[in-house]
Design a binder for this molecule. Structure first.
Ligand SMILES: [Mn+2]
Length: 218
């Protein structure tokens, strides 16, 4: 039997809500495959707990902009961000193994019925040839990919004409996107809103309320 896909938006350290959401989906490892659309870590209270759930469930994950910065930091190619130091302290001896796990994640996952990416696609570009930074940061499209976030530009998914269903996260302010070929799953859990899953093949939305607002909206 084919497993259901339970695809979950930006968790950002909200391990309690992730546990609640899996229960609300009746998640069972024998019948379901969990996917996480990136940004599992940072901002929220328990990035370690989220990493543990990802490992225990053998979730398929893609890299979000927060994991991207963590990896760049680990490679020494980026100015240190204070939250990375915080995670190093919080994760202690587990930092190296979590880092290794995150390094194994791709920037996108192409399945037979959907394409999973953290932020989105560049209109008109093949995903395999798109800059990974763009895949985990884009919100809007300026025609060339220089500005990835500008109120004057259209959202990337308004220009996306592909038939393949793209499932993404990253854009919490939209509180979810439902289009025939694009599903946005960041519903702002860490900001006190909801954590959301989209289940395939049934195309069902399941969401649970955040326990609290862990972080101000930036
Ligand atoms: Mn993000």
């Amino acid at each position: 039997m084919k497993k259901r896909k339970i695809i979950v938006g930006d968790v950002h350290g909200c391990s309690i809500e992730l546990g609640n959401l899996l229960k609300a989906c009746d998640y069972a490892p024998k019948t379901d495959q969990l996917y996480l659309v990136g940004d599992l870590i940072n901002k929220g209270p328990d990035s370690q707990g989220v990493m543990e759930i990802a490992l225990q469930t053998q979730a398929k994950c893609v890299i979000g902009n927060h994991e991207y910065h963590l990896l760049r930091d680990a490679q020494g190619v980026e100015v240190k961000r204070s939250w990375v130091e915080g995670l190093k302290r919080a994760w202690g001896g587990r930092f190296a193994s979590y880092l290794k796990e995150i390094q194994s994640w791709p920037f996108y996952l192409e399945e037979e019925d959907c394409l999973i990416v953290h932020a989105g696609l560049a209109p008109g570009q093949a995903v395999a040839e798109t800059d990974p930074f763009l895949l985990c940061n884009i919100r809007t499209w300026d025609g060339v990919g220089k500005r990835l976030w500008n109120h004057a530009d259209p959202a990337w998914f308004e220009l996306y004409k592909g038939e393949k269903l793209v499932v993404f996260g990253h854009w919490a302010a939209l509180e979810g996107v439902i289009r025939p070929n694009a599903i946005g799953l960041d519903t702002g859990c860490v900001y006190g809103k909801r954590l959301t899953a989209f289940i395939l093949p049934e195309k069902r939305w399941v969401s649970v309320a955040a326990e609290k607002a862990y972080c101000p909206i930036d």
